[in-house]
Ligand binder design. Sequence first.
Ligand SMILES: [Zn+2]
Length: 256
Amino acid sequence: MEQCDAIILRVYPWSETSCVTTILTRSQGKISALAKGARRPKSPFEAALDLLSVCRVVFIAKSADSLDILTEAKLRRRFRIGAKDLLRLYCGYYVAELLDRLTEKGEQHPQIFDLALCTLDNLEREELEPRAIILRFELQILRELGHLPTWDRCAQCGCLLWEVDSEPEDSWTLFSTFSGGVLCQHCRSGARQILRIHRSVQSLLIRFSHPDWEAIDVSQLESKHHEVIRKLMMRYFTYLMDSPIKLQNYLEELGR
Ligand SMILES: [Zn+2]
């Protein structure tokens, strides 16, 4: 028997009365568990098994190739954004998609769990900018998983970009999805999957990638950066996961 806090990432029917749920736990990482009787009117899980709900769960861990058994789920808090703000709702679903697709079973990421909790909480707060909240989440989950692109050093040769590109009139650089970072002038020829980014975007990305993520200001993001940031992140995640983000079409407003 294991007891821990969990975020519900996915719920799907298994039989007439049961469902299978994928959850991210703080102490045990991601698990998939069978919730017997969860679809009955008076289930032991009450209404806890909703997408993005945070619960206290009890489960019986099984061997690697079979589903764990969820025996209890007590609702701690619900993701409360309804149809009144579709963009924030889709942002929440996107957080669930990234958590589910980027983490592996058996890996423990307490920092990602804390980041996800904070992100969901922030999305509910109207005074905070969803674009900034999502950008911080994206960059910080990449950092935790070791996939953060290089923003200040050339992804090919490792040189510091500011020193090489010292001409003040050149305020643009190239980001290569394929190389996983920005490129210096010497490494640009023949580069694949590139996106032109301004230095102001580059410094924004550096700021949002900072390890002290709780100190990052998510109250605003300059609107002139929305489009390029969204393009860059969608391309990078698509490349990383080898398939498009399912929520991509629902997130277009983030780029406006
Ligand atoms: Zn280079």
